[in-house]
Design a protein around this ligand. Structure first.
Ligand code: PLP
Length: 395
């Protein structure tokens, strides 16, 4: 499915759009204007399955359909199970609702400080600055909020949210999300970051975005300058599958890094897309090679119509277990469940503690071997220099 040589990224080129001028292709405006948003757009280039066609006709009333030409090129049009395809092309299953599913699965509406600002944790907040994305992930946890509106603008309540942050000195960390904050113009982003930097208690600013993956053309020298100017600005990108690690994404990450932006990645565990050890291992290694540190692996939220994409939590634990110790520590994300109803992110870990009592902790390493670390404070004896072969230096 993907190149065996991990150093080789896909160079997708212009693919189906080879007739377009390189200037247009490299323009984020062109990419946005030419997104595939209707069943007819998709059918011009590929044969949809019955499930996909139904999904395109009905599901986009629930969550917009939009795919940038750049990202569409990554789809294997001959493979209905293509991991890229399943992330962005609607399917009829999206119209089926399971009883456990919700429209606001992580209880954000109940934690709104003001409209458009979720203040769940003591020292940080989630600021929803826009309601549009470059393309739409079919498992979007915020499908209730995002739309395919053509105007890229601030969340209407932007001013109230800034005021809320100003009035809450405990907020030292602001996470910009949406929608996708990188769809704001450079000018607006510059203003927004500058405005946040004026608030003395805001220490840490980060942006959650999938733009580098859907629209790497947006990461321009001008954007680099905005991010550098207000830095440090951290960024969490959202890559799910190694096929997304193209030459274009790699260059976008390089530009972000060179602008001083520390990069993390958030993946969602998705059935048939990345819920196996080999895929995930390949993904995290590729991320490291692009200067991106895997941050979170999310159990898929219980968003309405996502059952066909959700996978068993035990699969996630198995993946983490296969990474920890077997591969670079930097490559291992924290697996989390964003607790249904508003509990926030809860870490889910493989069990390494066998037993813990007043005497000792019994632990198991990545190979399954058992080790003991004593906890008791046993009687002390003087250090035996002679036994250690050290010449004592006496005053
Ligand atoms: C994820 C999230 C954050 C950030 O959490 P971190 O663990 O610091 O990445 C903040 N607020 C809300 C509401 C979130 O969902």
């Amino acid at each position: 499915m993907y190149p065996q040589d991990a150093r080789a990224n896909w160079h997708t080129g212009q693919g189906l759009w080879s007739h377009v001028s390189p200037e247009d292709w490299a323009s984020s405006k062109w990419q946005l204007r030419n997104r595939l948003t209707k069943v007819e757009d998709l059918e011009r280039y590929m044969t949809l399955t019955k499930e996909e066609k139904e999904g395109c006709l009905f599901a986009n009333r629930k969550l917009a359909l939009a795919i940038t030409p750049y990202f569409f090129n990554l789809i294997d049009r001959d493979d209905p199970d293509c991991p890229i395809r399943r992330q962005v092309i609607p399917r009829s299953e999206e119209m089926q609702v399971s009883p456990e599913e919700m429209l606001d699965p992580v209880g954000e509406e109940g934690a709104m400080g003001v409209d458009g600002l979720v203040h769940r944790y003591p020292d940080r907040c989630l600021f929803l600055v826009t309601n549009v994305c470059a393309a739409y992930c079919r498992y979007c946890t915020r499908s209730r909020l995002v739309s395919n509106a053509q105007g890229y603008d601030f969340h209407p309540n932007f001013k109230n949210a800034i005021k809320y942050i100003e009035e809450h000195p405990e907020i030292r960390d602001v996470l910009l999300s949406g929608g996708d904050p990188l769809l704001l113009s450079d000018k607006k982003l510059d203003y927004l970051l500058g405005r946040l930097r004026q608030i003395p208690h805001v220490e840490f600013i980060r942006i959650g975005t999938r733009v580098p993956i859907f629209l790497p053309q947006r990461i321009t020298p001008e954007l680099q300058e905005v991010l550098r100017k207000h830095g440090p600005v951290w960024m969490s990108i959202h890559v799910n599958h190694p096929k997304e690690c193209t030459e274009e994404l790699s260059q976008a990450c390089e530009r972000l890094s060179f602008a001083g932006v520390p990069l993390g990645n958030q993946s969602v565990l998705l059935r048939g897309i990345n819920d196996d050890v080999e895929t995930m291992k390949s993904l995290v290694h590729r991320l490291l090679m692009m200067r991106v540190r895997p941050y979170y692996l999310y159990q898929c939220d219980l968003i309405t119509g996502s059952r066909h994409l959700r996978t068993d939590v035990r699969k996630g634990i198995e993946i983490i277990k296969a990474l920890r110790g077997h591969s670079t520590g930097y490559s291992v994300p924290q697996f989390v469940i964003d607790a249904p109803g508003g509990g926030g992110k809860v870490p889910i870990n493989p069990e390494y503690i066998e037993e813990i009592n007043d005497e000792e902790i019994v632990i198991r390493n990545y190979e399954g071997k058992q080790y003991r670390y004593p906890l008791s404070d046993k009687a002390k004896v003087p250090f035996d220099f002679e036994k250690a072969g050290i010449e004592p230096v006496l005053a």
